[in-house]
Each structure stands twice: as structure tokens, then as C-alpha cells.
Design a protein around this ligand. Structure first.
Ligand code: PHE
Length: 340
């Protein structure tokens, strides 16, 4: 029996098997334990002799079990160390770093500049009511300006009203004025849509709207704000601005703003060079628009402006082709995008 048990202990392939051997020999119902229990019928002398012998066997088996346990534990540890080994000499995996899209970057820069001037950011949905996109902005149903906008119309909304993909960010003016009270000082960047596609037009593009309503607000505030913004954004200290009379149904008077540039030798430079480039539309908010939004136009005045984001991003970062903004070409993004 002893030889059997010693052989079993030595052969146990792992700690669980070794424990089985121990229970089989020395457990409560183990074979050695059983032999010890059987000593009751012996004479005292026989019992002493038998007891000593069995204790010696028990001791020997215990030692054999302990020895085997040490070996198995060491093996298990060695295996674990091997399995979890890290080869610190392997080259690192190449990091695939993303880029910030020039549109996102440009919007962030614009928000930062206007935030310094006390503007907060307002938002509106891409799907607008005909009322917010046109009617409240003093563009009645038969107004020719609606055709200029090449509107994408959607099936009527749940209230039966006409819905459109907003053709400009100006409906955010209406939402802001309807939802709050003057004074107001907001910008609203976002996606806009017109049914148009060629080298300089994509059906989806971005605008940023500005709206300021207060007491005694006048064109001087509009000029000062836009001059400050353009010089900060294009980082040209003496960049000149030219306000050209224009027309928008929702502003009176209205103007288009040009920035100074030079186009000599096909290369575009921004600054005081005598040539001009149009970048935005603006004007004093039409009293009818204020009244459409429940604002007393005898007490409050304001100005608004709207600017195409792709257009100024192309100017600032020398991106030659509008359509590439939306092609999701990773090589383009790596070239023109920004490290986060
Ligand atoms: N919404 C006009 C456009 O899309 C721009 C504009 C905004 C003009 C605000 C005046 C005031 O062209």
C-alpha cells in the first residue's frame, strides 16, 4: 500500500490530482486513516507497534505529498510566467492618429473669437419649417429670393406645415428671438442645404450666423464686430473690409462684405492690396423680422450676418477645391486636417 501511494503521489500530473491522492490516503475516509481506525480490536502491545508503523508510513506519505506539491507549484508558476511574458523589444504598433476636419477646426476657431466678444453658441435643426426658414425672415411665399435658395422640400410635417432642409442658418435667428428676450448675442454654426452642385457649390455646406439685438445697436457695431473678427480669424492685422450695399429681405440696410486681397500671379494673398473678395452677407435686422418674433422694434435694434464656412476655410488654409471637403479621402484629411 505504501509503495502504491508513494508512486501515485510522485506521478500526480497537477495539484488537483495530487490533492486526490492525499484524500485517498489521509482523508477522513482515506486508506491509511481506515487502517488506523481498525486498530480498536488489537491488544495494547499490538496497537502500539501497529500505531508506530502506521504513523511512520503516514509521515512518509505526507512528506512525499509535500515534495510533489512544491514541484508542481514551481512548474505552474514557471508556466504562468512563460505565458504572460512580454517582449519589450518588439517594435511599438504604429499609432493611427486621427485628424480634425478643416470644417470642425474652422468652426472652433470662429467660436473662440466670438466667445471673446461675448457671443454664445445657438443651434437649430437641419429640417426647418417654411415659416422659420422663409416667412418669419420676411421672405413671403411668392418672393423671388425663395428660388435663389434652390430649396430641398420635404413631405409636410405632422402639423401639415411645409418642411425644408434649411437653406441658411438665418432660421436660428428666428428660433433664438422667439425663445428668449433681448439683449441677444449669439452665433449659430451649422449645416445648410441647397439644390446646387458644381465646382463652387455642394448641396450641403456650412454657414455661421451671427445675431446681436440690443438697445441703440447700429451699423458701427456691425462693422466693428466683423472687422475685429476678420482680422483675428485671418490673422492679418491691417486686413481691410469693404461694405458693399446689397439686399436681403431680412435686413435693412443690407451689405455684402469683401476683404482685401491680391491675386497677382494666380497666388491669393490677404491684406491691403487693392483687390477685393466677397466673404459674407449682413445688415441691420429688419423691423418686420423683430415684430414677427414679438420684439418691440421701437425699443430694440440689431444686426445679423451670415458667412460660408467652407469658403473662408479655403481662403485661410489654401484648400483649392470645395468638393474635396466632403469626399472623406483620408489622404486629403491627413494633408489638410489638424492634429488634435
Ligand atoms: N442668410 C444669408 C445667406 O444665406 C446671409 C445673411 C445672414 C445675410 C444674415 C444677412 C444677415 O446668404
Amino acid at each position: 500500500l505504501k509503495a502504491d501511494l508513494l508512486a501515485a503521489a510522485a506521478a500526480a500530473p497537477d495539484l488537483a490530482a495530487l490533492e486526490e491522492v492525499r484524500v485517498d490516503a489521509l482523508g477522513k475516509k482515506g486508506r491509511i486513516t481506515g487502517l488506523m481506525k481498525d486498530m480498536g480490536s488489537l491488544t495494547p502491545d499490538e496497537r502500539r507497534e501497529r500505531g508506530q508503523a502506521l504513523n511512520a508510513v503516514k509521515e512518509e506519505i505526507s512528506q512525499a505529498l509535500d515534495a510533489r506539491r512544491q514541484v508542481l507549484k514551481a512548474e505552474a508558476l514557471a508556466q504562468k510566467l512563460e505565458a504572460e511574458r512580454i517582449d519589450v523589444s518588439l517594435p511599438a504598433r504604429p499609432e493611427v492618429e486621427g485628424r480634425v476636419h478643416p470644417i470642425s477646426q474652422t468652426v472652433e476657431e470662429m467660436i473662440a473669437i466670438f466667445a471673446d466678444m461675448g457671443f454664445s453658441v445657438a443651434e437649430g435643426p437641419d429640417i426647418e419649417t417654411d415659416f422659420n426658414n422663409f416667412t418669419a425672415l420676411n421672405i413671403p411665399p411668392e418672393h423671388p429670393a425663395r428660388q435663389m435658395h434652390d430649396t430641398f422640400y420635404l413631405p409636410n410635417g405632422p402639423d401639415g406645415g411645409t418642411r425644408v432642409l434649411r437653406t441658411h442658418t438665418s432660421p436660428v435667428q428666428i428660433r433664438t428671438m422667439l425663445a428668449g428676450e433681448p439683449p441677444i448675442r449669439i452665433i449659430a454654426p451649422g449645416r445648410t442645404y441647397r439644390s446646387d452642385y458644381d465646382q463652387t457649390h455642394t448641396p450641403m455646406f456650412h454657414q455661421i450666423e451671427g445675431l446681436v439685438i440690443g438697445e441703440n445697436i447700429h451699423m458701427g457695431h456691425l462693422k466693428g464686430t466683423l472687422l475685429e473678427f476678420c482680422r483675428a480669424f485671418f490673422q492679418v492685422d491691417d486686413l481691410p473690409l469693404r461694405f458693399r450695399p446689397s439686399f436681403f429681405p431680412f435686413t435693412e440696410p443690407s451689405a455684402e462684405v469683401d476683404i482685401g486681397c491680391s491675386r497677382k500671379g494666380g497666388e491669393l494673398k490677404l491684406g491691403n492690396y487693392g483687390d477685393w473678395l466677397e466673404i459674407l452677407g449682413c445688415g441691420m435686422v429688419h423691423p418686420k423680422v423683430l415684430e414677427n418674433c414679438g420684439i418691440d422694434s421701437t425699443r430694440w435694434q440689431g444686426f445679423a450676418f451670415g458667412m460660408g464656412i467652407e469658403r473662408v476655410a479655403m481662403l485661410k488654409y489654401g484648400i483649392p477645391d470645395l468638393r474635396t471637403f466632403f469626399e472623406a479621402d483620408l489622404r486629403w484629411l491627413k494633408h489638410y486636417g489638424f492634429v488634435p
